[in-house]
Design a binder for this molecule. Structure first.
Ligand code: OFO
Length: 178
């Protein structure tokens, strides 16, 4: 059974995952509007992954007999100066999510709530991959640039990342990784 504090923090995390999905879907729409189809597809699939993160939490709460409460949320940003600015915001958002996961882990450890601590390990690993993914996209943007044809090539590269994602392995493999 979850403590009241843990129930509240898991609820916050559920709502944060839904906000992440909204944010990435909105960004996907901005990209589609700018004819950046590769980025639009990538971000739309990533929004689906955020909803899967939310469902995993929701199921865990159901298993423990807790009530999940969905709240209202602010509308995400819908306009950006550039693709680089948009992906910088994605990276910052993922770093924020990592901090929230770390806070959850700390709470589970101090309560102690070992079942939730174990459950959260998946999110710890996932956040490592998410930060790596978005940092590597920013590195690509830095390397190729977005001037002239650069923007076209960046869009193609990010589109390839979308097709590399699969339901069983949502993140493209790192070079040399398993
Ligand atoms: Fe993008 O991360 Fe969810 O948890």
């Amino acid at each position: 059974m979850l403590s009241e504090a843990m129930t509240q923090r898991l609820n916050e995390q559920i709502n944060l995952e839904i906000y992440s999905a909204h944010l990435y879907l909105q960004m996907s729409s901005w990209c589609a509007h700018k004819a950046l189809e590769g980025c639009a597809t990538f971000l739309s699939r990533h929004a689906d992954e955020e909803m899967a993160h939310m469902r995993r939490l929701l199921n865990y709460m159901h298993e423990t007999g807790a009530l999940a409460i969905l709240g209202g949320m602010e509308a995400p940003l819908h306009t950006f100066q550039s693709l680089k600015e948009m992906f910088t915001k994605v990276y910052e958002h993922e770093q924020f999510v990592t901090r929230k996961i770390n806070e959850l882990v700390r709470l589970a450890d101090t309560e102690p709530d070992y079942a939730t601590l174990e459950f959260l390990q998946w999110y710890v690993a996932e956040q490592h991959q998410e930060e790596f993914l978005f940092k590597s996209i920013l590195d690509k943007i830095e390397l190729i640039g977005t001037e002239g044809q650069g923007l076209f090539f960046i869009d193609q590269e990010i589109g390839k990342l979308a097709s590399a994602k699969s339901p069983t392995h949502p993140h493209p493999k790192r070079c040399g990784a398993h």
